[in-house]
Design a protein around this ligand. Structure first.
Ligand SMILES: [Fe+2]
Length: 192
């Protein structure tokens, strides 16, 4: 049996869910590969920027790595803009959601708020308050989000920077995304 036999959940059995669970574990374990595949979709159109979003992501991650950031932070840097093509108006939510099961909640907050914090460097050109991020000055992730944006993200648009290739980051993504989601592994239990 390779597929469940039910047509509605209220008629499902333990055997159905054991089968589905086995498929899900395999699918979950393969998620990092699909995420990296999606990152490649950011190649090409620069949307007017000096480098395309793929290069920008690699360069942000390279800058974090060279600065001695821990692996989890480097992966945040690599993936922080991965939602740009799917959700241009609120792209940070996509990266935050992808990584949330595997990383420190403060790093999730950092990713989620990086657009606003990054805006310190350009919001004035749009007639918006560049200091809007100051509303979060007392938040425990404030300092790391400022550092992320000011030292790595906002300066990662240099076509001449020695950006590392994606291959350097693949094992890191695999390690972070192979952690138990939300700290625990659940599975369909055998009947006692
Ligand atoms: Fe960015």
């Amino acid at each position: 049996m390779n597929q469940a036999t039910f047509t509605r959940f209220d008629e499902s059995t333990r055997a159905d869910w054991a089968l589905i669970d086995a498929h899900f574990q395999h699918y979950q374990n393969d998620a990092s590969r699909r995420v990296l595949e999606h990152l490649l979709r950011l190649k090409g159109d620069t949307h007017g920027y000096p480098v395309d979003r793929y290069e920008h992501c690699l360069q942000t991650a390279t800058r974090a790595l060279e600065a001695g950031a821990d692996e989890e932070t480097v992966i945040c840097a690599l993936l922080h803009d991965i939602g740009d093509d799917l959700a241009p108006a609120n792209h940070a939510e996509i990266a935050a959601a992808i990584l949330e099961p595997f990383i420190d909640p403060l790093n999730v907050w950092m990713i989620r708020h990086h657009e606003l914090f990054q805006g310190y460097h350009y919001r004035a050109f749009y007639g918006m308050d560049p200091h809007a991020r100051e509303a979060y000055r007392d938040h425990p992730a404030y300092a790391r989000t400022v550092r992320f944006c000011d030292e790595w993200d906002q300066c990662a648009f240099d076509p001449d920077y020695p950006t590392r290739p994606l291959e350097d980051f693949i094992p890191m993504v695999e390690r972070v995304m192979s952690r138990p989601p939300f700290g625990e592994t659940t599975s369909v239990e055998d009947p006692a």
